[in-house]
Unconditional design. Structure first.
Length: 108
C-alpha cells in the first residue's frame, strides 16, 4: 500500500533543496546585479525563500512554532526592504540635487 507520510516527507525535502538552490542563485544575482534596484529585489526574494524554507522545515519536523518564526522573519524582511528602498531613493534624490547644482554653477 502507498505510504502517504513518506511521500510527503520526500516532497518536503525536495522543496527544501529547491528553495535552497534558488535562494543561492538569488544571492549570486544580488552580488552581481547590474543595478541597486535589482539587488534590493534579489534580497527581497532571498527573504521570501527563507520564509518558505522555514515553513517547509517546520512541516518536515512537525513543529507548529516555526510558523510564528516565519511570520516574524517576514515582518523583519519587509521592514529591511522598505528601509533599503528609502535609502536608495534618498541617495538618488541627493545625486540629482548635486548634479543640478553643479550644472547651474557651470552655467553662470
Amino acid at each position: 500500500m502507498f505510504d502517504y507520510k513518506n511521500a510527503v516527507q520526500v516532497l518536503l525535502m525536495f522543496s527544501a533543496v529547491f528553495l535552497s538552490v534558488t535562494a543561492f542563485l538569488c544571492l549570486v544575482y544580488a552580488v552581481k546585479g547590474p543595478k541597486l534596484a535589482d539587488r534590493i529585489i534579489a534580497t527581497n526574494m532571498i527573504g521570501m525563500k527563507v520564509v518558505l524554507l522555514v515553513v517547509v522545515l517546520g512541516l518536515y519536523v512537525e513543529e507548529e512554532f516555526m510558523a510564528d518564526v516565519a511570520f516574524v522573519y517576514t515582518l523583519l524582511s519587509f521592514l529591511a526592504i522598505v528601509v533599503c528602498t528609502e535609502l536608495m531613493l534618498q541617495f538618488r534624490i541627493n545625486k540629482l540635487d548635486h548634479t543640478s547644482s553643479v550644472s547651474e554653477k557651470k552655467a553662470t
